[in-house]
Design a protein around this ligand. Structure first.
Ligand code: AMP
Length: 422
């Protein structure tokens, strides 16, 4: 199938050829005609399978073809994303895909001066990529008007609709025209979010380009059981053993990120970090340095879990498992993109068994356990089964009292049996 056969205009088809996109990915071939036709869309597709182009290409085409003039401070299409880094990246893609089209685009997010964003809005903007908080700020200062909005995209839609963003999104949606096209894209959709999402859509086209909540097949995944306190040591060991040229490393807390970077730097390993306490320019610089191959490791909290597209990233390492199972899918999805292969390794301690079980249940897979010689944990990580349940360890039998019934007396024999088989 070709891009032209999906109804895309020559200018866009030429741009795609110059990017060496040979044919549409499955989500693109389903979403592009639907968006071009003006339909609402809810699309679930695995990480790294070209979701950005699925909404950006047809929206850019519609905006450039309808001949409407954008008024001062107005916006005609809004793409909302959960993180600043993703906002930058999506806007970069929009600019690339919109090459040669007579459209004004911009990106707006917090943590940087609002003035240039207000200036840019003065002449009106055809397509704006934004994080919700900053967009609301702009709206409060009357710098942006929504009466011309014809399309709203929620990228990483499940994250945008969950509790952290729900209030901002509710407020924003209240400001938008009711008659508009709404597009929801994500790799993961939980059932409650799906139900909520449906209420925002009008007769939507539902697209499932791959099984929901799954990681791309090209990503080899496994866990290494380890005691919590030995995680940094094991991480250094794995780094040496696998010799990944680059890896994106996830840690639960901001403090944990800083500590790991300190340790790496002390060992002479080039690393940078991204987390919510860092000023935005430093966050973007860290990402740029990593993408340019100037640092081997980028250590981050979940702010970097979603959407970030790093060419040929060979590995993702979860030093800590994410609290929310969906984030595992997004973190892993930073590797194995655009058909490449990749590895996702998680260091798991006994405390994290609940999270492990939730991840296995969500992704409907049992993650392979590879013990690392010399790092076998004292606190065993309980077994989990394929449906994500924790297999309870049989309780230690009580010593039978004198004269106890034979039923109780039998128990230790069974337990012994279990123990020997292990
Ligand atoms: P996305 O899921 O939008 O972040 O895209 C993942 C990666 O795939 C990006 O590096 C895109 O440039 C690339 N990509 C998207 N669509 C195609 C395509 N049809 N052919 C080749 N590469 C693509």
């Amino acid at each position: 199938m070709s891009f032209a056969s999906l109804g895309l205009i020559d200018q866009i088809v030429r741009t795609l050829a110059s990017l060496d996109y040979q044919s549409p990915t499955p989500v693109q071939s389903q979403a592009i005609p639907a968006v071009l036709a003006g339909r609402d869309v809810m699309a679930a597709a695995q990480t790294g399978t070209g979701k950005t182009a699925s909404f950006a290409l047809p929206l850019l085409q519609r905006l450039s073809m309808d001949g409407m003039q954008v008024n001062s401070n107005a916006v005609r299409a809004l793409v909302l994303v959960p993180t600043r880094e993703l906002a930058e990246q999506v806007h970069q893609s929009v600019r690339t895909y919109g090459e040669g089209l007579p459209l004004r685009t911009m990106v707006a997010y917090g943590g940087v001066s609002i003035n240039p964003q207000m200036m840019r809005l003065r002449k009106g903007v055809d397509l704006m990529v934004a994080t919700p908080g900053r967009l609301l700020d702009l709206a409060r200062q009357n710098a942006v008007r929504f009466n011309q909005v014809q399309a709203l995209v929620l990228d990483e839609a499940d994250r945008m609709l969950d509790l952290g963003f729900a209030r901002d999104i509710d407020q924003l949606i209240g400001l938008l025209p009711k008659r508009r096209q709404t597009l929801l894209f994500s790799a993961t959709f939980s059932e409650p979010i799906r139900a909520l999402a449906t209420t925002m859509l009008r007769d939507p086209v539902s697209i499932e380009a791959s099984p929901r909540n799954t990681t791309a097949k090209a990503i080899r995944q496994w866990i290494v059981p380890v005691d919590k306190k030995r995680k940094p040591e094991l991480f250094l060991h794995l780094l040496k053993r696998h010799a990944w040229p680059q890896a994106l490393v996830f840690v639960k807390t901001r403090k944990g990120v800083d500590q790991l970077v300190e340790l790496l730097e002390a060992k002479g390993i080039a690393a940078d970090s991204i987390h919510g306490d860092k000023p935005q320019p430093a966050r973007l610089r860290a990402l740029e340095r990593f993408k340019a191959g100037e640092v081997r490791l980028l250590v981050a909290t979940d702010v970097a879990a979603r959407g970030i597209d790093i060419d040929e990233l060979p590995a993702v390492v979860n030093v800590d498992l994410p609290i929310v199972a969906e984030d595992y899918v997004h973190r892993s999805g930073r590797t194995g993109r655009a058909g490449a292969s990749g590895e996702a390794v998680s260091l798991v301690c006994a405390d994290e068994v609940q999270q492990l079980a939730a991840i296995e249940q969500l992704t409907r897979q049992s993650l392979e356990r590879r013990e690392e010689p010399g790092f076998q944990p004292d606190h065993r990580v309980p077994e989990t089964n394929a449906s994500g349940q924790i297999v309870k360890k049989p309780k230690k039998p009580k010593k039978p009292k004198h004269g106890a019934s034979s039923a109780k007396g039998d128990a230790p024999v069974v337990q012994e049996d279990v123990r020997f088989r292990r």
